[in-house]
Design a protein around this ligand. Sequence first.
Ligand code: HSE
Length: 461
Amino acid sequence: MTSATATSAPPNAGPVRQTAAAASTTDLSGSPLRVALLGCGVVGSEVARLLTEQAVDLRARVGRPLELVGIAVRRPNRSRPGIDPALFTTDAASLVTRPDVDLVIEVIGGIEPARSLILAALANGASVVTANKALLAEDGATLFTAAEQAKADLYFEAAVAGAIPIIRPLRESLVGDEITSVIGIVNGTTNFILDKMDTDGAGFAETLAEAQELGYAEADPTADVEGFDAAAKAAILASLAFHTRVTAADVYREGISEVSSSDISSAKAIGCVVKLLALCQLSDPSTSGRDRSVSVRVHPAMIPRSHPLAGVGGAYNAIFVESRSAGRLMFYGPGAGGSPTASAVLGDLVTVARNRVRGAVGPGESSYAARPVAAIGSVTTRYHLSLEVADVAGVLARIAQVFAEHDVSIQTVRQNGRGAEASLVIVTHRATDAALSATVASLHELDVVRDVTSVMRVEGE
Ligand code: HSE
């Protein structure tokens, strides 16, 4: 195993093996940079295809050829048209520790063996490009430390929102600014489902079934519909935006399986649309002094139809960033799929290859701010509540009293009477999650309240 921190190449290293310390000038010798690919599914096969198809342009952009030297797969005999079968190996560990491998692309996903393979590749001095959001969100710190020690690159544009450039803008373009909020639609499956529910008026279960038939949702849709996928992406975005470490376990998470067609129509009635949002926010300096915390959460929310994120339809993704100097920025595009994700992977590959050629490394982890993650109970937002109540004198007053007791201020009330019963829609001003939860618990105890049929956050104002 070689180390990128060594000052000279070991005897068994290939002619292109170089270290950050050794390569102080641009190497235009034309000898190839050797690439190992881990995984050959939807994304990996597209990466392999593009590496061959665009070899001439990639060579020109990097300054040296990129040579794919091996592809680690579980089933080497599976037909993968257009890819040389001689490249396949089931021995991923040997592939990433080959002394002549300069760049490793990891697109197998999951925690293990991906983590061990990436760590082995970095220890071997290779730079790594990964699309692995789950691993970065669970244990990014270990990977960043290993990259730092190896003086190698760790790039991961494809880990969040597919083809949309958002990692590099946060990590580089906006690094001189103070980002205060990142709000994203970062899961295409759930956006497709919610958009269809909004358009067709259908319920969650039937829309999910339709999304599965059309190939937009997996047979086991848990990771998408319960918000795990979005929570991993939120952890990565918050870590980068706020120069801190946020893991998936720090992210408050609710999925969309409880969103009903009546939630969608209630949203419409107040000029909103329901979206699954990943919200990463820096606390206000006036309320939190020098130790500003971050809140990171994933949940369905109503947003005004005038908000830039409201128009993001189908399986598209978008990320809305607010920063002190730049103001409001919106990043939009395809957030998944073989070809869009391969575009992000290849963008990273060219970047780390260029760095290699110049003997440089790109930015490492920036977590100096070490901000605390706020508990969900202290996070403030507005709420939309639907209640079924008895339609008798004094009911509104008793309900308003419960809100007042918990210091939750009501913004609007709408009532539809239907004889002895009525449905009530209440929208609040900003309140903490803890105060709202206590309000809802107290409402359940009122004899005039038949049911609290829905509680949803209202964001984006
Ligand atoms: N399953 C994800 C989505 C794509 O639906 O957006 C990969 O993160």
